[in-house]
Design a protein around this ligand. Structure first.
Ligand SMILES: [Zn+2]
Length: 379
């Protein structure tokens, strides 16, 4: 039986010899080329093994021998360095020239440390990158956005939440080069996410499906209206804390983004019933489409709305204190996937004390069931 775990240096060799001893008498040696050491491990098997271990171990493995280094350099497509608490810039500087086939790179930080030079090195070497997470990189400047633009025209997912030093010029430039973006997280990018930048996004990134603009206080109706017309495929939009936006933004989204499933309006205190009725009307209009749109197998409909696989499935109107119960109830009735019940809770009304009378269909059904039980007892 193989015992112990592979360590470094001599320990690794001892572990390998134990493994070979355990394999003797079995089919291991007769099945293919004889493995004299770890370096003879087939590349496919090595990549399968490293896909099961953590990213720190992958980096250690790449230094075991030239064979492993070459295999990992060619085969590794996803890497996270978020565990790195110090010297992330130096680590990226040393790894980027090796791991040139990376498609997914996570450089999220709790304590800002990454510098522009690291992003420039990655942009220079890793041209296959599709998905980049730079969240929390407060030290990065527009230099990084320019490097991104030049290095990764095929980027589809970018998370720069909390990168508060980026400006709207840098972001607009990025969108003019990375036109395939479908996921963009700009939460807290107070200087970058302006109306000007949103106009550039609307103009360049028509495939965008997910956009987080949380707490981007410079965003106004002008920017959101542009988005609604330029990005009709939006599925999720977070406008939490965008304090300037009014009903105009929500009306534009209700009319322009017919695939919207998630909408965050937390603390958008200018929002009134007009916005809610616009959303509700959009749901009802779609429910009146042809019969082929209504026949959805087991899909459930209620209140004149359409099935749960379409329309809003999550709406946060917490702290939108101007809203009244009839308007919010109309939205809830139009979209069957919106729930106020604790089990599904997808219509968030926290902080809106006047909305406690709004209920999803579950509450109505529970009430009916209760009445039915009572009437059965009566007879
Ligand atoms: Zn419910």
């Amino acid at each position: 039986m193989v015992s112990g775990r592979p360590g470094s240096g001599g320990g690794l060799d001892v572990w390998f010899k134990n493994l070979m001893v355990a394999g003797e008498g079995g089919k291991m040696e007769r099945a293919g080329p004889v493995m004299a050491g770890w370096k003879d491990l087939p590349m496919e098997l090595l990549l399968r093994i490293v896909s099961l271990v953590d990213d720190k171990t992958v980096i250690v493995a790449s230094g075991v021998c030239t064979g492993w280094r070459d295999a990992l350099c060619l085969g590794l497509t996803s890497l996270s360095l978020s565990w790195c608490k110090n010297n992330m810039t130096s680590l990226v500087d040393s790894l980027a020239p090796k791991f040139t086939k990376l498609q997914v790179l996570t450089l999220r930080q709790n304590r800002p440390q990454l510098e522009d030079s690291a992003v420039e090195i990655v942009a220079k070497h890793c041209h296959d990158l599709r998905d980049l997470d730079l969240s929390g990189s407060l030290k990065l400047s527009d230099r990084s956005l320019y490097a991104l633009s030049r290095g990764w025209p095929h980027l589809t997912r970018l998370n720069i939440s909390g990168c508060s030093s980026f400006t709207d010029s840098g972001l607009a430039y990025l969108t003019s080069h990375c036109k395939n973006l479908n996921y963009l997280n700009l939460c807290g990018c107070v200087k970058a996410a302006t109306d000007r930048a949103l106009e550039a996004i609307a103009c360049n990134c028509g495939q965008l499906q997910f956009l987080n603009l949380g707490w981007c206080e410079a965003v106004s109706d002008k920017g959101v209206t542009s988005l609604a017309s330029g990005c009709p495929d939006l599925r999720a939009l977070d406008l939490c804390g965008c304090v300037l936006i009014t009903d105009e933004s929500v009306i534009a989204l209700a009319n322009g983004c017919l695939h919207l499933r998630t909408l965050g309006l937390y603390y958008c205190q200018n929002i009134t019933d007009r916005a809610m009725y616009s959303l509700a009307k959009n749901g009802r209009v779609r429910s009146k489409r042809g019969p082929q749109d209504q026949i959805c197998g087991s899909a459930t409909t209620r209140g004149g709305g359409f099935d749960e696989k379409e329309g809003l499935a999550s709406l946060n109107i917490g702290q939108c204190t101007a809203l009244t119960p009839p308007a919010v109830q109309a939205v809830c009735d139009s979209f069957p996937a919106l729930h106020t019940c604790p089990e599904r809770h997808s219509l968030i009304i926290s902080g809106c004390l006047s909305l406690t009378s709004v209920h999803c269909a579950c509450a109505v059904q529970a009430h009916r069931a209760g009445r039915s039980v009572l009437s059965n007892h009566a007879y």
